[in-house]
Write a protein that binds this ligand. Structure first.
Ligand code: SF4
Length: 366
């Protein structure tokens, strides 16, 4: 059976939930998880699925953060991106005194995705074909990316432009850069999200016959400086993120072996009963890690399933425990009440030593 038909059947009679740059970026967080791969490839609404089985995901971006982000972006792009141009002259030594500016947020007052995408395509293609330093800023171009054989519109809060020989992607974020340092987790998230746009722009330009290298892997990150609203910018190299993302998107389209192992009636229609859905989900292997809590709406269900397993404590802890699978085994080996098998001898010795140390520190109380 065609893989798309199979995935549509798995989703059931429910509209597909479109991906966006954030959800595509999240694909890189736990690439080994089969459960997530199948759910994402079938375009199932993970938040609705998690809520239906009794494990709703309570997080989302706060309205305050959204308002602050929008206000900062408006400031950076005001007056034909005057502030942004100042930053680009500083950061990438933009040689042009003037650049053209195209706002693609709407086309002749029409805001349909299709109209905006067609217009974005036209302008980006013209810029790619012009042999000159076109120097055009494209405000909110609408890109498309192929995810698991399905076209996904990406509505970035960024600007792509052509300077010299390459397109640059500009990502505007509202987290601060303090003394040239920013929260590494936020910078990482911004890099992965920018990589989604780089990949989409490359996919489009390659379809026109251009080399992927026409889109630079160095994106420009714009953030507020220190505790002010004054923007500052830095270059981010997203080569690694682009490679990881490409690999993960490819894995989504090669699910034949996984789907072939699922029974005929395997359906994750989010209107089914919680018990039916839990039964069905149990057929998909999940690889819960603590990072899931910030990256996947299914995290509370998977965490509860992983309770008692060392994997739930994180990869580094699991490795330090020598790959022993359950917490009860770890405790029993440490207490000496369980004999180690041949692979566990070294880990068991370390655990017993740690337990001995703990007892000494507690003065024999424990
Ligand atoms: S939360 Fe569950 S489904 Fe999502 S990535 Fe983690 S293990 Fe996979």
């Amino acid at each position: 059976m065609d893989i798309d038909i199979r995935l549509d059947r798995i989703r059931g009679p429910v509209e597909p939930t479109p991906h966006n740059a954030r959800t595509i970026a999240a694909l890189t967080n736990n690439p080994g998880c089969t459960r997530r791969r199948v759910i994402d490839a079938a375009f199932i609404d993970k938040a609705a699925l998690a809520a239906q089985v009794g494990y709703p995901f309570p997080y989302g971006m706060s309205p305050f953060a959204i308002t602050r982000g929008n206000a900062f972006e408006a400031l950076v792009t005001a007056n034909g991106c005057a502030e942004l141009l100042r930053l680009l002259r500083e950061v990438i030594e933009l040689p042009l005194p003037e650049v053209a500016y195209d706002d693609l947020g709407s086309v002749a007052g029409r805001e349909t995705l299709q109209a905006r995408h067609i217009r974005s395509k036209q302008l980006l293609a013209e810029a790619a074909r012009s042999g000159e330093d076109a120097g055009t800023l494209f405000d909110h171009p609408l890109l498309k990316l192929d995810v698991s054989g399905r076209a996904v519109y990406l509505e970035p809060d960024l600007i792509a432009f052509r300077i010299g020989q390459s397109f640059r992607v500009v990502e505007i974020k509202s987290f601060p850069i303090l003394d040239r340092q920013a929260d590494p987790a936020k910078v990482k998230a911004a890099a992965v999200q920018s990589a989604v746009y780089v990949l989409a722009l490359r996919q489009f330009l390659v379809s026109l016959g251009f080399a992927p290298g026409l889109v630079s892997h160095k994106v420009v990150l714009v953030c507020p400086e220190n505790f002010s609203n004054r923007p500052t910018a830095a270059e981010l190299d997203v080569r690694k993120e682009v490679a990881v993302l490409s690999r993960q998107l490819h894995r989504l389209s090669t699910l034949d072996a996984v789907l072939g192992g699922l029974p005929e009636g395997f359906v994750l229609d989010t209107t089914r009963s919680p018990a039916e859905l839990l039964n069905t989900l149990s057929l998909l292997e999940a690889r819960y890690v603590p990072e899931c809590l910030s990256a996947c709406e299914m995290a509370y269900l998977c965490r509860s399933e992983a309770a008692g397993r060392t994997a739930a404590l994180g990869r580094s802890v699991q490795e330090q425990l020598g790959g022993i699978e359950t917490i009860s085994s770890v405790l029993a080996l440490a207490a000496g009440t369980q004999a180690p098998d041949e692979h566990e001898v070294e880990s068991a010795a370390r655990l017993r030593a740690a337990e001995q140390l703990r007892r000494e520190c507690l003065g024999g109380v424990a």
